[in-house]
Design a protein around this ligand. Structure first.
Ligand SMILES: [Zn+2]
Length: 327
């Protein structure tokens, strides 16, 4: 089944282009029925264009003169066509094919061969559908976020109550979403388990996906599993794994949940640095969530990583009583 992810997506793109071309044909037919003058001008323009290309093949002595004359004639006809459009309030691009995505004309790829953002979104949507992510995002989003579950009593020696703190985190998170394309903010969500970090990640993911931004969510454990499979098991790598691997670097936002639960070694350390570095350089955003404290992060990861994270990320500390046992 996995082998067909990209194939199915590409078939969708083909169908989209066919549909766009077909509906353009239908518009043309209707327009011609209504305005026979247009048929006349369009046919003439076509004939003159054929004549023009023939001239370049034949290369007669007075080539330049003839070309100029023909171009003038074509221009006049085009103006005549424009007038008909204007007089009847027809949009000038009415007979252009209208693609869903203007960046790639529904091919999925840009002129430089890179994947279009719409293709990345399609791919990730497919990955989400295959995982349980879709149902999760339905349940956990800014609309279902309930601030009242956080206590409004002073907690240890924190200045803000957990609820006040959560208002602050909520504000930063919503800000991160609404200014996604203009900010160079990355987020580090840290604090003990059961305080709503994953919930907040899902809220952000959901808000951005609804705005057609590609978001890849992975736990640190599965992230490194994907990388390991890609690097050490190339022969048997599944398509799903390869696509996931590419998306780690290409998606608009990468969410690494539960950093610190992976089996840490020099390999995972180097790969983590590579991901953070690559994405910061290409101005692609990252959210890291971890149960580790800032001190524990310093102890667990190399200086290269921690200095990258502490410089490029806004730290958001989650604290309070574990919410998981409340209900
Ligand atoms: Zn596109």
């Amino acid at each position: 089944m996995n082998k067909q992810i990209l194939e199915n997506i590409m078939t969708d793109y083909n169908n989209k282009r066919l549909r766009a071309a077909r509906s353009c044909d239908v518009r043309k037919q209707k327009l011609y029925e209504q305005f026979p003058d247009l048929v006349e001008t369009d046919t003439q323009i076509q004939l003159l264009n054929v004549k023009l290309s023939k001239l370049f093949l034949l290369k007669p002595d007075n080539l330049n003169e003839q070309v100029l004359n023909l171009k003038k004639e074509i221009e006049e006809l085009k103006n005549k066509r424009k007038d008909i459009y204007k007089k009847n309030s027809i949009p000038l691009n009415y007979l252009e094919i209208q693609y869903e995505c203007n960046k790639c004309n529904d091919t999925g790829y840009l002129s430089d061969g890179k994947k279009c953002s719409c293709l990345n979104r399609q791919i990730i949507n497919n990955l989400y559908t295959m995982s349980n992510m879709v149902h999760m995002l339905d349940k956990e989003n800014f609309n279902t976020f309930d601030i009242t579950v956080f206590s409004n009593e002073v907690y240890k020696n924190e200045k803000l109550t957990p609820r006040q703190n959560m208002y602050y985190i909520l504000e930063i998170s919503e800000d991160f979403c609404s200014n996604f394309h203009d900010t160079n903010m990355n987020l580090l969500l840290y604090g003990s388990a059961g305080l709503g970090k994953t919930f907040m990640c899902n809220c952000i993911a959901n808000a951005l996906i609804n705005r057609e931004i590609s978001v890849l969510y992975q736990t640190a454990f599965s992230l490194f599993e994907i990388i390991e499979n890609h690097k050490f098991n190339k022969q048997n790598e599944s398509e799903e794994n390869r696509i996931n691997y590419d998306m780690i670097f290409e998606c608009d936002l990468l969410i690494i949940d539960d950093l610190g639960t992976e089996v840490g070694n020099s390999f995972t350390n180097a790969e983590l640095f590579n991901i953070i570095n690559e994405r910061l350089i290409t101005n692609k955003k990252i959210i890291i969530s971890t149960n580790l404290s800032l001190e524990q992060m310093r102890d667990t990861y190399s200086d290269r990583i921690t200095s990258r994270v502490f410089n490029g990320f806004v730290p958001l500390k989650f604290y309070g009583k574990d919410l998981r046992y409340k209900n």
